[in-house]
Design a binder for this molecule. Sequence first.
Ligand code: FES
Ligand code: FES
Length: 152
Amino acid sequence: MPMTLHINGETHQVDADPRTPLLWILRDKLQLTGTKYGCGESFCGACTVHLDGKPVTACRIKLKSAVGKQITTIEGLNSRVGEQVKRSWLELNVAQCGYCQSGQIMAATALLERNPSPADEDINEALEENICRCGTYLRIRQAIKHAAQKLA
Ligand code: FES
Ligand code: FES
């Protein structure tokens, strides 16, 4: 029986095994491929999305657990904070290969939504599960602080 998902302000009917990870629903059924597959084990953060405003790894969330929640992916990240984070990312040329960056942006936005002026330790803690194999951590931190300043 199809289940209803609320994603980026739109409603989708999805017919799949309720145990399917949300990540596969987003990518394979709905073509929301901005959310990336890295490890599939909730270790890398590449698949970070927001569930009711909180950052979660979509590879860990089962379809049935996402029903009734507001899901936001990088494609629908258009809050004031999210827009500024994206602008700061571009302005500071954060991305290298780019693969991890949608997850980083989702995690950074969730951080700034709850803490408008994060210290280094806050950033480290909030993004500790978002791995960047290209090592863009310094620019990520700079971009978060840049966004915080612009939003203040
Ligand atoms: S793919 Fe989900 S945390 Fe790595
Ligand atoms: S920019 Fe390449 S993995 Fe992060």
